[in-house]
Design a binder for this molecule. Structure first.
Ligand SMILES: *Cc1c(COP(=O)(O)O)cnc(C)c1O
Length: 459
């Protein structure tokens, strides 16, 4: 994907109301920064956003706002692109990004596997008929109940995360397939990765200091569990393969040590997820196929150098598959221009349907979705309706100066970690997820109601 252009995409930083010189170039508030949007989305001549052949004005009438609009064709295309790019490698969709039964069915149809990280995600996968053998189970604190359920249902692999967990799983006396999660001392975030000192965290077994090797030694010595290999997940929003390169090198060196000292050649290797997507025009992610080629080459070269057989590779993309497939449709309420600063545009949702801006300082963009505007662009901040000044959805965006109550506003890139992290803060019911495809819309997660909220309240 290209695009460091500054069209209607987001503008970063706090530039005050004039901003740097490049910000003062003409901005077309009616244009769409296409790489940020699902494949079937475009704007009609009237400025109304269309998805899967339906207009958002019609969808807002039928399903209300806020709503997550999920482009099923786009989601399927990304599943296929990852499958094709990674060839023989196994692609596990990371369910924590967004999971519901309809998504599980699509994953099955498209031939992907699925990662879950709780009993609830596992129950969702099983309820939708996912083949348990294609499920991987993650987590740093899986309960005995969750582990027993996973083993009883025949979950394909469990990614063990601690010595306690090895003991818990071994006590079930079943030859469960396991991977060992390793923290390799690489942490990637956005455009940077840091190759030192990130082992001070709750996940996995540290490579440095030898606990990852010790975990392998213990599992092999006990002879109960079926150790398949090592697993490494280095972070999120990764834009190139260099972090994976360091991680693959370190894990394969460990694999070699296991072969040399314990006499076992582990047959699998999982390099995790974290492939980045474009949230704004400033992001320039790699294509799945480029990453796949780089990763395959790194692993092949390293195995050749270490005289190891090629392990069966797996990866775990979440965000890169579902993130761009969905946008959130809001209705504008209060519009408050602050003289000399910016205009605050309030929408009918906020941090309860997208916590990422508040939680990670994430950047998003937005576009007027219900009409064309001739007005000039103004610097705006899109905020929610919650009782919290940090309740920001889009930090900075140029919106038309005539933006007003009743307009529809769309925020792209909200498919991952928005509905799945949604809350009921301020007793705001969570929005629905509506799947659109070929001119048909169906609710795949219904809107929560005030009755739903009250149903839990025992008085
Ligand atoms: C979160 C996570 C993923 C998916 O990360 P994305 O950034 O959504 O691709 C994959 N594997 C593990 C172990 C994770 O914790």
């Amino acid at each position: 994907m290209s695009g460091r252009a500054h069209e209607a995409g987001a503008i970063h930083g706090d530039f005050g109301h004039r901003g740097p010189a490049w910000l003062r170039t003409p901005i077309d508030v009616n244009a769409l920064m296409q790489p940020l949007w699902p494949q079937t989305v475009h704007k009609g001549a009237d400025g109304v956003l269309q998805i899967g052949g339906l207009s958002v004005t019609e969808l807002a009438q039928r399903f209300g706002t806020p709503a997550y609009l999920f482009d099923e064709e786009d989601f399927r295309a990304r599943c296929r692109a990852f499958k094709a790019a990674f060839g023989d490698a196994e692609v596990y969709y990371a369910g924590k990004a967004f999971l519901c039964k309809a998504v599980v069915r699509i994953l099955s149809e498209e031939g992907l596997s699925l990662d879950v990280c709780s009993g609830g995600e596992l129950a969702t996968a099983l309820a939708a008929g996912m083949d348990p053998a294609r499920i991987g189970f993650h987590g740093n604190n899986k309960s005995m109940r969750e582990l027993t359920e996973a083993v009883d249902r025949g979950v394909g692999r469990i990614i063990v995360d601690s010595f306690d967990e090895i003991d818990r799983l071994s006590s079930l006396k079943k030859p469960v397939k396991v991977m060992i999660r390793v923290t390799v001392g690489v942490e990637a975030h956005t455009h940077e990765f840091i190759a030192t000192a990130h082992e001070d965290q709750k996940f996995g077994f540290a490579l440095a200091g030898g606990s990852a090797f010790e975990a392998a030694r213990r599992i092999l010595a006990e002879g109960v569990l079926d150790l398949r290999g090592f697993h490494s997940h280095i972070g999120s929003q990764i834009f190139d393969a260099s972090g994976f390169e360091v991680s693959a090198r370190r894990v394969l060196a460990l694999q070699k040590r296991v072969l040399d000292e314990l006499g076992v050649e582990l047959p699998e290797l999982d390099l995790g997820g974290g492939f980045g997507i474009a949230y704004t025009s400033q992001d320039d992610p790699s294509e799945a196929s480029d990453l796949a080629d780089r990763m395959a080459k790194i692993v092949a070269d390293e195995c050749a150098a270490l005289q190891l057989n090629l392990p069966h590779l797996s990866v775990e993309p979440g965000r890169a598959i579902v993130g761009p497939s969905t946008f959130t449709l809001y209705e504008v309420g209060t519009v408050k221009p602050l003289d000399g600063l910016r205009t605050y545009v309030s929408v009918d949702g906020g941090m309860s349907d997208n916590i990422r801006t508040a939680l990670y300082d994430a950047s998003y963009s937005a576009t007027l979705a219900s009409r064309r505007s001739q007005a000039e662009p103004i610097l705006a901040r899109v905020v929610g309706k919650h009782c919290e000044s940090g309740d920001v959805v889009v930090k900075d965006e140029f919106l038309p100066a005539d933006i007003k109550t009743g307009d529809l506003l769309a925020v792209p890139g909200t498919g991952a970690y928005c509905r799945s992290m949604a809350s009921n803060y301020n007793h705001v019911p969570r929005p629905p997820v509506v799947a659109v495809r070929d001119g048909q819309a169906r609710v795949i997660v219904r809107r929560e109601t005030e009755e739903d909220l009250l149903a839990l309240d025992m008085g």
